[in-house]
Design a protein around this ligand. Structure first.
Ligand code: FAD
Length: 464
Protein backbone atom coordinates (compact mmCIF):
# COMPACT_ATOMS: atom_id res chain seq x y z
CA UNK A 1 0.00 0.00 0.00
CA UNK A 2 1.14 3.51 -0.83
CA UNK A 3 1.61 6.37 1.65
CA UNK A 4 2.93 5.02 4.96
CA UNK A 5 1.83 7.97 7.12
CA UNK A 6 2.36 7.99 10.86
CA UNK A 7 -0.56 8.83 13.16
CA UNK A 8 -0.37 9.81 16.82
CA UNK A 9 -3.82 8.56 17.87
CA UNK A 10 -5.88 6.55 15.39
CA UNK A 11 -9.64 6.17 15.93
CA UNK A 12 -11.35 3.47 13.84
CA UNK A 13 -15.09 4.06 13.41
CA UNK A 14 -16.80 7.47 13.59
CA UNK A 15 -20.01 6.62 15.43
CA UNK A 16 -20.94 8.14 18.83
CA UNK A 17 -18.03 6.22 20.35
CA UNK A 18 -15.44 7.10 17.73
CA UNK A 19 -16.21 10.77 17.16
CA UNK A 20 -16.52 11.44 20.90
CA UNK A 21 -13.16 9.78 21.58
CA UNK A 22 -11.54 11.65 18.69
CA UNK A 23 -12.88 15.03 19.85
CA UNK A 24 -11.99 14.47 23.51
CA UNK A 25 -8.44 13.38 22.65
CA UNK A 26 -8.01 16.36 20.31
CA UNK A 27 -9.22 18.67 23.09
CA UNK A 28 -6.55 17.13 25.30
CA UNK A 29 -3.91 18.05 22.75
CA UNK A 30 -3.51 14.91 20.66
CA UNK A 31 -3.16 14.71 16.88
CA UNK A 32 -6.05 12.47 15.92
CA UNK A 33 -6.95 10.65 12.71
CA UNK A 34 -10.53 9.38 12.50
CA UNK A 35 -11.24 6.66 9.92
CA UNK A 36 -14.68 5.40 8.89
CA UNK A 37 -15.90 3.29 6.01
CA UNK A 38 -18.87 5.64 5.56
CA UNK A 39 -18.85 8.89 3.60
CA UNK A 40 -20.24 10.87 6.53
CA UNK A 41 -19.32 10.94 10.22
CA UNK A 42 -21.78 9.78 12.87
CA UNK A 43 -21.74 5.99 12.48
CA UNK A 44 -24.90 3.93 12.75
CA UNK A 45 -26.51 6.26 15.28
CA UNK A 46 -26.61 9.41 13.17
CA UNK A 47 -26.80 7.86 9.71
CA UNK A 48 -29.00 4.76 10.04
CA UNK A 49 -29.97 4.44 13.72
CA UNK A 50 -31.05 6.65 16.62
CA UNK A 51 -31.55 9.90 14.72
CA UNK A 52 -33.32 8.95 11.47
CA UNK A 53 -35.59 6.60 13.44
CA UNK A 54 -36.54 9.44 15.82
CA UNK A 55 -37.20 11.82 12.90
CA UNK A 56 -39.62 9.26 11.43
CA UNK A 57 -41.18 8.52 14.83
CA UNK A 58 -41.96 12.23 15.07
CA UNK A 59 -43.92 11.96 11.82
CA UNK A 60 -45.71 8.88 13.18
CA UNK A 61 -46.64 10.82 16.30
CA UNK A 62 -48.18 13.62 14.22
CA UNK A 63 -50.34 11.09 12.40
CA UNK A 64 -51.32 9.17 15.55
CA UNK A 65 -52.10 12.28 17.59
CA UNK A 66 -54.30 13.65 14.80
CA UNK A 67 -56.15 10.32 14.62
CA UNK A 68 -56.83 10.47 18.34
CA UNK A 69 -58.07 14.05 18.25
CA UNK A 70 -61.69 12.96 17.79
CA UNK A 71 -61.74 11.50 21.30
CA UNK A 72 -60.91 14.99 22.58
CA UNK A 73 -63.39 16.83 20.39
CA UNK A 74 -61.16 17.74 17.44
CA UNK A 75 -61.29 15.83 14.17
CA UNK A 76 -58.93 16.00 11.20
CA UNK A 77 -59.27 14.41 7.79
CA UNK A 78 -57.32 11.37 6.65
CA UNK A 79 -53.56 12.12 6.53
CA UNK A 80 -52.10 12.92 3.11
CA UNK A 81 -48.69 11.27 3.19
CA UNK A 82 -45.99 12.43 0.80
CA UNK A 83 -43.40 9.70 1.29
CA UNK A 84 -40.66 11.64 -0.54
CA UNK A 85 -41.23 14.64 1.74
CA UNK A 86 -41.15 12.41 4.82
CA UNK A 87 -37.86 10.92 3.64
CA UNK A 88 -36.62 14.44 2.91
CA UNK A 89 -37.45 15.51 6.46
CA UNK A 90 -35.51 12.57 7.88
CA UNK A 91 -32.56 13.26 5.59
CA UNK A 92 -32.48 16.95 6.52
CA UNK A 93 -32.21 16.08 10.22
CA UNK A 94 -29.43 13.53 9.57
CA UNK A 95 -27.64 15.99 7.28
CA UNK A 96 -27.66 18.75 9.90
CA UNK A 97 -26.06 16.48 12.47
CA UNK A 98 -23.48 14.73 10.28
CA UNK A 99 -22.55 18.10 8.74
CA UNK A 100 -22.22 19.54 12.22
CA UNK A 101 -19.83 16.73 13.16
CA UNK A 102 -17.66 17.42 10.12
CA UNK A 103 -17.37 21.06 11.21
CA UNK A 104 -16.56 20.06 14.81
CA UNK A 105 -13.84 17.70 13.54
CA UNK A 106 -12.34 20.43 11.37
CA UNK A 107 -12.37 22.95 14.19
CA UNK A 108 -10.36 20.50 16.31
CA UNK A 109 -8.00 19.68 13.43
CA UNK A 110 -9.02 16.03 13.57
CA UNK A 111 -7.95 14.42 10.28
CA UNK A 112 -10.77 12.36 8.79
CA UNK A 113 -10.32 9.58 6.28
CA UNK A 114 -12.88 7.43 4.47
CA UNK A 115 -12.20 3.72 4.18
CA UNK A 116 -12.38 0.33 5.82
CA UNK A 117 -9.44 -0.22 8.19
CA UNK A 118 -7.76 -3.55 8.97
CA UNK A 119 -4.91 -4.16 11.35
CA UNK A 120 -1.78 -5.40 9.62
CA UNK A 121 0.37 -5.34 12.77
CA UNK A 122 0.35 -4.16 16.40
CA UNK A 123 1.05 -0.55 15.29
CA UNK A 124 -0.22 -0.60 11.74
CA UNK A 125 -3.45 -0.62 9.72
CA UNK A 126 -4.31 -0.64 6.06
CA UNK A 127 -7.23 1.56 5.05
CA UNK A 128 -9.12 0.70 1.84
CA UNK A 129 -9.85 4.29 0.75
CA UNK A 130 -11.83 5.17 -2.40
CA UNK A 131 -8.42 6.09 -3.93
CA UNK A 132 -6.82 2.75 -3.07
CA UNK A 133 -5.18 1.22 0.00
CA UNK A 134 -3.26 3.41 2.47
CA UNK A 135 -0.93 2.20 5.17
CA UNK A 136 -0.96 4.03 8.50
CA UNK A 137 1.25 3.41 11.49
CA UNK A 138 0.05 4.62 14.88
CA UNK A 139 1.18 5.06 18.48
CA UNK A 140 -2.21 4.34 20.03
CA UNK A 141 -5.56 3.27 18.59
CA UNK A 142 -9.18 3.36 19.74
CA UNK A 143 -11.42 0.78 18.08
CA UNK A 144 -15.05 1.94 17.77
CA UNK A 145 -16.31 -0.19 14.89
CA UNK A 146 -19.81 -0.74 16.25
CA UNK A 147 -22.23 -3.46 15.23
CA UNK A 148 -24.34 -4.68 12.28
CA UNK A 149 -27.86 -6.07 11.95
CA UNK A 150 -28.15 -9.85 12.27
CA UNK A 151 -29.54 -11.49 9.14
CA UNK A 152 -31.33 -14.84 9.09
CA UNK A 153 -29.68 -17.35 6.74
CA UNK A 154 -32.93 -18.88 5.46
CA UNK A 155 -34.25 -15.57 4.09
CA UNK A 156 -34.30 -15.34 0.29
CA UNK A 157 -32.42 -12.49 -1.37
CA UNK A 158 -35.35 -10.20 -2.16
CA UNK A 159 -35.62 -6.39 -2.05
CA UNK A 160 -38.91 -6.69 -0.12
CA UNK A 161 -36.97 -8.20 2.81
CA UNK A 162 -34.84 -5.62 4.59
CA UNK A 163 -33.12 -4.74 7.88
CA UNK A 164 -33.44 -1.51 9.88
CA UNK A 165 -31.25 0.37 7.39
CA UNK A 166 -33.56 -0.65 4.55
CA UNK A 167 -36.61 0.26 6.63
CA UNK A 168 -35.22 3.75 7.27
CA UNK A 169 -34.72 4.20 3.50
CA UNK A 170 -38.51 4.38 3.29
CA UNK A 171 -38.64 3.18 -0.33
CA UNK A 172 -42.33 2.31 -0.16
CA UNK A 173 -45.12 1.72 2.33
CA UNK A 174 -46.06 -1.98 2.10
CA UNK A 175 -49.69 -2.94 2.72
CA UNK A 176 -48.82 -5.89 4.96
CA UNK A 177 -45.53 -5.71 6.85
CA UNK A 178 -44.12 -8.56 8.94
CA UNK A 179 -41.64 -7.45 11.59
CA UNK A 180 -39.33 -10.25 12.70
CA UNK A 181 -38.29 -9.42 16.26
CA UNK A 182 -40.29 -7.55 18.91
CA UNK A 183 -37.35 -5.66 20.36
CA UNK A 184 -36.84 -1.91 20.47
CA UNK A 185 -35.72 -1.42 16.86
CA UNK A 186 -38.47 -3.64 15.41
CA UNK A 187 -41.20 -1.94 17.43
CA UNK A 188 -40.00 1.58 16.61
CA UNK A 189 -39.99 0.86 12.88
CA UNK A 190 -43.35 -0.93 13.14
CA UNK A 191 -44.79 2.23 14.66
CA UNK A 192 -43.49 4.34 11.78
CA UNK A 193 -44.86 2.04 9.08
CA UNK A 194 -48.18 1.64 10.89
CA UNK A 195 -48.65 5.41 10.97
CA UNK A 196 -47.79 5.60 7.26
CA UNK A 197 -50.50 3.05 6.51
CA UNK A 198 -49.03 -0.49 6.76
CA UNK A 199 -50.85 -3.34 8.48
CA UNK A 200 -48.38 -4.79 10.97
CA UNK A 201 -47.67 -8.32 12.19
CA UNK A 202 -44.96 -8.90 14.79
CA UNK A 203 -43.26 -12.22 15.50
CA UNK A 204 -41.15 -12.51 18.65
CA UNK A 205 -39.43 -15.69 19.90
CA UNK A 206 -39.58 -14.72 23.57
CA UNK A 207 -42.69 -14.57 25.75
CA UNK A 208 -42.99 -10.76 25.71
CA UNK A 209 -42.17 -7.76 23.57
CA UNK A 210 -38.90 -5.95 24.51
CA UNK A 211 -37.63 -9.03 26.38
CA UNK A 212 -35.04 -7.06 28.41
CA UNK A 213 -37.64 -4.91 30.17
CA UNK A 214 -39.80 -5.76 33.18
CA UNK A 215 -43.10 -7.37 32.17
CA UNK A 216 -45.31 -4.83 33.91
CA UNK A 217 -43.97 -1.88 31.94
CA UNK A 218 -44.28 -3.79 28.66
CA UNK A 219 -47.94 -4.74 29.24
CA UNK A 220 -49.50 -1.29 28.56
CA UNK A 221 -47.50 -1.04 25.32
CA UNK A 222 -48.53 -4.54 24.25
CA UNK A 223 -52.22 -3.87 24.81
CA UNK A 224 -52.10 -0.62 22.88
CA UNK A 225 -50.30 -2.29 19.98
CA UNK A 226 -52.66 -5.29 20.01
CA UNK A 227 -55.54 -2.92 19.38
CA UNK A 228 -53.75 -1.38 16.40
CA UNK A 229 -51.74 -4.15 14.75
CA UNK A 230 -53.02 -7.10 12.76
CA UNK A 231 -51.21 -9.65 14.97
CA UNK A 232 -48.58 -9.92 17.67
CA UNK A 233 -47.24 -13.47 17.90
CA UNK A 234 -45.16 -14.19 21.01
CA UNK A 235 -43.09 -17.35 21.57
CA UNK A 236 -43.25 -17.68 17.82
CA UNK A 237 -40.54 -18.20 15.25
CA UNK A 238 -40.51 -17.81 11.49
CA UNK A 239 -38.86 -20.89 10.01
CA UNK A 240 -38.99 -20.09 6.31
CA UNK A 241 -39.98 -17.42 3.82
CA UNK A 242 -40.92 -18.15 0.22
CA UNK A 243 -40.70 -15.28 -2.27
CA UNK A 244 -43.36 -15.30 -4.96
CA UNK A 245 -45.84 -12.63 -5.91
CA UNK A 246 -46.12 -12.12 -2.14
CA UNK A 247 -43.73 -13.18 0.61
CA UNK A 248 -45.08 -16.27 2.37
CA UNK A 249 -43.80 -16.66 5.91
CA UNK A 250 -44.01 -19.99 7.76
CA UNK A 251 -44.65 -19.43 11.46
CA UNK A 252 -44.21 -21.98 14.21
CA UNK A 253 -45.08 -21.99 17.89
CA UNK A 254 -46.36 -24.40 20.55
CA UNK A 255 -49.82 -24.47 19.02
CA UNK A 256 -48.64 -25.41 15.54
CA UNK A 257 -47.41 -24.08 12.22
CA UNK A 258 -49.12 -21.80 9.71
CA UNK A 259 -48.39 -19.59 6.74
CA UNK A 260 -49.26 -15.96 6.04
CA UNK A 261 -48.59 -13.71 3.06
CA UNK A 262 -46.89 -10.32 3.37
CA UNK A 263 -45.77 -7.55 1.04
CA UNK A 264 -42.55 -6.85 2.97
CA UNK A 265 -40.53 -8.20 5.90
CA UNK A 266 -38.39 -6.20 8.30
CA UNK A 267 -35.69 -8.28 9.98
CA UNK A 268 -34.98 -6.82 13.43
CA UNK A 269 -33.68 -9.82 15.37
CA UNK A 270 -30.69 -8.14 16.99
CA UNK A 271 -27.23 -6.80 16.20
CA UNK A 272 -23.80 -8.41 16.21
CA UNK A 273 -20.51 -6.68 17.03
CA UNK A 274 -18.11 -5.90 14.16
CA UNK A 275 -14.96 -7.05 16.01
CA UNK A 276 -14.32 -10.10 13.84
CA UNK A 277 -13.78 -8.21 10.54
CA UNK A 278 -10.91 -6.06 11.69
CA UNK A 279 -7.84 -8.28 11.50
CA UNK A 280 -7.57 -7.68 15.25
CA UNK A 281 -5.61 -10.90 15.72
CA UNK A 282 -2.82 -9.38 13.60
CA UNK A 283 -2.49 -6.68 16.26
CA UNK A 284 -2.68 -9.26 19.05
CA UNK A 285 -6.08 -7.92 20.18
CA UNK A 286 -8.35 -10.61 21.66
CA UNK A 287 -11.83 -10.98 20.12
CA UNK A 288 -14.54 -13.30 21.46
CA UNK A 289 -16.22 -15.93 19.30
CA UNK A 290 -19.21 -13.58 18.95
CA UNK A 291 -17.03 -10.71 17.72
CA UNK A 292 -16.87 -8.64 20.94
CA UNK A 293 -13.55 -7.10 22.03
CA UNK A 294 -13.05 -7.51 25.81
CA UNK A 295 -11.84 -4.39 27.67
CA UNK A 296 -11.03 -3.34 31.26
CA UNK A 297 -12.55 -0.39 33.12
CA UNK A 298 -10.06 1.91 31.35
CA UNK A 299 -11.40 0.61 28.02
CA UNK A 300 -8.01 -1.02 27.25
CA UNK A 301 -7.93 -4.22 25.22
CA UNK A 302 -5.35 -6.87 26.08
CA UNK A 303 -2.93 -4.67 24.08
CA UNK A 304 -2.16 -1.70 26.34
CA UNK A 305 -1.92 0.81 23.46
CA UNK A 306 -5.20 -0.26 21.83
CA UNK A 307 -8.56 0.70 23.34
CA UNK A 308 -12.07 -0.35 22.33
CA UNK A 309 -15.46 1.29 23.02
CA UNK A 310 -19.13 1.19 22.07
CA UNK A 311 -21.19 -1.64 20.61
CA UNK A 312 -18.08 -3.69 19.85
CA UNK A 313 -17.20 -4.11 23.55
CA UNK A 314 -20.55 -5.45 24.75
CA UNK A 315 -24.13 -4.87 25.82
CA UNK A 316 -26.10 -2.72 26.09
CA UNK A 317 -25.51 -1.58 22.52
CA UNK A 318 -26.54 2.03 23.06
CA UNK A 319 -25.16 5.35 21.88
CA UNK A 320 -24.95 6.97 25.33
CA UNK A 321 -22.91 4.03 26.62
CA UNK A 322 -20.54 4.45 23.67
CA UNK A 323 -20.02 8.20 24.27
CA UNK A 324 -19.25 7.74 27.96
CA UNK A 325 -16.84 4.89 27.27
CA UNK A 326 -15.26 7.07 24.58
CA UNK A 327 -14.36 9.83 27.01
CA UNK A 328 -12.76 7.31 29.37
CA UNK A 329 -10.72 5.75 26.55
CA UNK A 330 -9.56 9.14 25.24
CA UNK A 331 -8.64 10.39 28.71
CA UNK A 332 -6.73 7.23 29.66
CA UNK A 333 -4.94 7.29 26.27
CA UNK A 334 -3.89 10.87 27.12
CA UNK A 335 -2.46 9.78 30.47
CA UNK A 336 -5.39 10.90 32.65
CA UNK A 337 -6.98 8.84 35.39
CA UNK A 338 -10.46 7.69 34.36
CA UNK A 339 -12.66 4.62 34.57
CA UNK A 340 -15.97 3.50 33.13
CA UNK A 341 -17.98 2.44 36.15
CA UNK A 342 -21.54 3.75 35.87
CA UNK A 343 -24.14 2.73 38.44
CA UNK A 344 -26.75 2.52 35.72
CA UNK A 345 -27.23 2.83 31.96
CA UNK A 346 -30.77 3.69 30.84
CA UNK A 347 -32.57 1.88 28.00
CA UNK A 348 -35.43 3.52 26.13
CA UNK A 349 -37.90 2.28 23.52
CA UNK A 350 -39.28 5.36 21.73
CA UNK A 351 -42.56 3.59 21.06
CA UNK A 352 -45.97 4.95 22.02
CA UNK A 353 -46.18 4.66 24.97
CA UNK A 354 -42.45 4.89 25.60
CA UNK A 355 -40.70 2.27 27.73
CA UNK A 356 -37.69 3.23 29.82
CA UNK A 357 -35.73 1.49 32.51
CA UNK A 358 -32.47 1.90 34.35
CA UNK A 359 -30.45 0.16 37.04
CA UNK A 360 -31.74 -3.02 38.62
CA UNK A 361 -34.96 -4.46 37.18
CA UNK A 362 -37.43 -6.45 39.25
CA UNK A 363 -36.88 -9.49 36.99
CA UNK A 364 -33.12 -9.25 37.54
CA UNK A 365 -33.54 -8.87 41.32
CA UNK A 366 -35.72 -12.01 41.38
CA UNK A 367 -33.23 -13.96 39.28
CA UNK A 368 -30.42 -12.96 41.64
CA UNK A 369 -32.54 -13.82 44.71
CA UNK A 370 -32.11 -10.23 45.87
CA UNK A 371 -34.78 -8.74 48.11
CA UNK A 372 -36.15 -5.47 46.81
CA UNK A 373 -39.21 -3.32 47.40
CA UNK A 374 -40.99 -2.03 44.31
CA UNK A 375 -43.39 0.89 44.39
CA UNK A 376 -45.57 1.04 41.29
CA UNK A 377 -47.39 4.33 40.81
CA UNK A 378 -50.14 4.01 38.15
CA UNK A 379 -50.62 7.05 35.92
CA UNK A 380 -54.38 6.61 36.22
CA UNK A 381 -53.78 8.69 39.35
CA UNK A 382 -51.73 11.37 37.56
CA UNK A 383 -53.69 14.48 36.65
CA UNK A 384 -51.29 15.31 33.84
CA UNK A 385 -51.46 11.83 32.30
CA UNK A 386 -55.27 11.85 32.45
CA UNK A 387 -55.45 15.32 30.90
CA UNK A 388 -53.59 13.88 27.91
CA UNK A 389 -55.90 10.88 27.78
CA UNK A 390 -52.91 8.66 28.57
CA UNK A 391 -53.57 7.13 31.98
CA UNK A 392 -52.13 3.74 30.97
CA UNK A 393 -48.63 4.67 32.17
CA UNK A 394 -46.80 3.37 35.20
CA UNK A 395 -43.78 4.59 37.17
CA UNK A 396 -42.04 2.03 39.32
CA UNK A 397 -39.06 2.37 41.60
CA UNK A 398 -36.94 -0.62 42.63
CA UNK A 399 -35.65 0.09 46.14
CA UNK A 400 -33.55 -1.49 48.82
CA UNK A 401 -36.22 -2.62 51.34
CA UNK A 402 -34.16 -1.54 54.37
CA UNK A 403 -32.42 1.67 53.37
CA UNK A 404 -34.86 2.81 50.69
CA UNK A 405 -31.92 3.36 48.35
CA UNK A 406 -32.96 3.69 44.73
CA UNK A 407 -31.58 0.69 42.82
CA UNK A 408 -33.61 0.88 39.64
CA UNK A 409 -36.58 2.46 37.92
CA UNK A 410 -38.96 1.42 35.19
CA UNK A 411 -41.43 3.70 33.44
CA UNK A 412 -44.00 3.20 30.71
CA UNK A 413 -45.93 6.12 29.34
CA UNK A 414 -45.68 9.29 27.29
CA UNK A 415 -42.15 10.75 27.56
CA UNK A 416 -40.86 7.89 29.74
CA UNK A 417 -37.49 8.33 28.03
CA UNK A 418 -37.20 11.90 29.32
CA UNK A 419 -38.48 10.98 32.78
CA UNK A 420 -36.01 8.15 33.36
CA UNK A 421 -33.11 10.63 33.41
CA UNK A 422 -33.99 11.85 36.87
CA UNK A 423 -34.04 8.26 38.17
CA UNK A 424 -30.55 7.79 36.65
CA UNK A 425 -29.43 10.89 38.51
CA UNK A 426 -30.92 9.55 41.76
CA UNK A 427 -29.12 6.23 41.35
CA UNK A 428 -25.77 7.85 40.48
CA UNK A 429 -26.10 10.14 43.52
CA UNK A 430 -26.92 7.23 45.83
CA UNK A 431 -30.32 8.80 46.63
CA UNK A 432 -32.95 7.03 48.66
CA UNK A 433 -36.74 7.22 48.46
CA UNK A 434 -36.84 10.09 50.94
CA UNK A 435 -34.61 12.23 48.69
CA UNK A 436 -37.03 11.77 45.81
CA UNK A 437 -40.13 12.13 47.97
CA UNK A 438 -38.89 15.41 49.48
CA UNK A 439 -37.86 16.86 46.11
CA UNK A 440 -40.60 19.23 44.99
CA UNK A 441 -41.64 18.17 41.50
CA UNK A 442 -43.68 20.66 39.46
CA UNK A 443 -47.44 20.03 39.31
CA UNK A 444 -49.05 18.85 37.16
CA UNK A 445 -46.27 16.98 35.38
CA UNK A 446 -45.47 13.39 34.58
CA UNK A 447 -42.24 13.86 36.56
CA UNK A 448 -44.35 13.99 39.72
CA UNK A 449 -44.97 10.26 39.31
CA UNK A 450 -41.35 9.63 40.37
CA UNK A 451 -41.89 11.61 43.56
CA UNK A 452 -45.20 9.79 44.14
CA UNK A 453 -43.58 6.36 43.65
CA UNK A 454 -41.01 7.35 46.29
CA UNK A 455 -43.82 8.54 48.58
CA UNK A 456 -45.44 5.12 48.26
CA UNK A 457 -42.30 3.73 49.92
CA UNK A 458 -42.19 6.48 52.53
CA UNK A 459 -45.88 6.00 53.32
CA UNK A 460 -46.52 9.73 52.86
CA UNK A 461 -48.65 9.72 49.70
CA UNK A 462 -51.85 11.56 50.61
CA UNK A 463 -53.40 13.13 47.56
CA UNK A 464 -52.88 13.51 43.85
P1 FAD B 1 -21.47 2.71 15.37
O1 FAD B 1 -22.38 3.83 15.51
O2 FAD B 1 -21.98 1.38 14.94
O3 FAD B 1 -20.35 3.19 14.35
C1 FAD B 1 -19.34 2.36 13.92
C2 FAD B 1 -18.77 2.94 12.66
O4 FAD B 1 -17.58 2.23 12.36
C3 FAD B 1 -19.67 2.79 11.44
O5 FAD B 1 -19.86 4.04 10.84
C4 FAD B 1 -18.92 1.82 10.53
O6 FAD B 1 -19.05 2.20 9.17
C5 FAD B 1 -17.49 2.03 10.97
N1 FAD B 1 -16.63 0.86 10.79
C6 FAD B 1 -16.87 -0.42 11.14
N2 FAD B 1 -15.80 -1.19 10.88
C7 FAD B 1 -14.87 -0.36 10.35
C8 FAD B 1 -13.56 -0.55 9.89
N3 FAD B 1 -12.96 -1.74 9.95
N4 FAD B 1 -12.89 0.52 9.39
C9 FAD B 1 -13.48 1.74 9.33
N5 FAD B 1 -14.72 1.97 9.78
C10 FAD B 1 -15.40 0.93 10.28
N6 FAD B 1 -29.05 3.70 20.49
C11 FAD B 1 -29.49 4.58 21.40
O7 FAD B 1 -28.82 4.83 22.40
N7 FAD B 1 -30.69 5.23 21.23
C12 FAD B 1 -31.48 5.01 20.16
O8 FAD B 1 -32.55 5.60 20.04
C13 FAD B 1 -31.04 4.08 19.18
N8 FAD B 1 -31.79 3.83 18.10
C14 FAD B 1 -31.31 2.97 17.16
C15 FAD B 1 -32.09 2.73 16.04
C16 FAD B 1 -31.65 1.87 15.05
C17 FAD B 1 -32.48 1.64 13.83
C18 FAD B 1 -30.37 1.23 15.21
C19 FAD B 1 -29.85 0.31 14.15
C20 FAD B 1 -29.61 1.45 16.32
C21 FAD B 1 -30.07 2.32 17.32
N9 FAD B 1 -29.32 2.56 18.47
C22 FAD B 1 -29.80 3.44 19.40
C23 FAD B 1 -28.01 1.92 18.71
C24 FAD B 1 -26.87 2.89 18.37
O9 FAD B 1 -26.98 3.25 17.02
C25 FAD B 1 -25.53 2.25 18.66
O10 FAD B 1 -25.49 1.80 20.00
C26 FAD B 1 -24.40 3.22 18.44
O11 FAD B 1 -24.40 3.73 17.12
C27 FAD B 1 -23.07 2.56 18.74
O12 FAD B 1 -22.04 3.46 18.52
P2 FAD B 1 -20.57 2.96 18.16
O13 FAD B 1 -19.73 4.19 18.22
O14 FAD B 1 -20.19 1.82 18.99
O15 FAD B 1 -20.63 2.41 16.68
Amino acid sequence: AAGGDHVDLLVIGAGPGGYTAAFRAADLGRKVTLVDARQTLGGVCLNVGCIPSKALLHVAKLVDDAAEGAAHGVSFGAPQIDIDAVRGWKESVVGKLTGGLARLAKRRKVTTMQGMARFTGPHEVEVATPDGPRRLTFDQAIVAVGSSPIWLPFLPDDPRIFDSTGALDLKAVPQRLLVLGGGIIGLEMAQVYHALGSRITIAERMGQLIPGADADIVKPLTSRLKARYEAIHLETGVAAVAAGEALTASFENASGTWQTKFDAILVAVGRRPNGAELGAETAGVAVTGQGFIPVDAQMRTNQKHIFAIGDVVGQPMLAHKATHEAKVAAEVACGHKAAFEPRCIPSVAYTDPEIAWTGLTETQAKAEGRKVKTTPFPWAASGRALSMGRGEGLTKLVLDPDSGRVLGAAIVGVNAGELIASACHAIEMGSDAADLALTIHPHPTLSETLGFAAEVFEGTLTDL
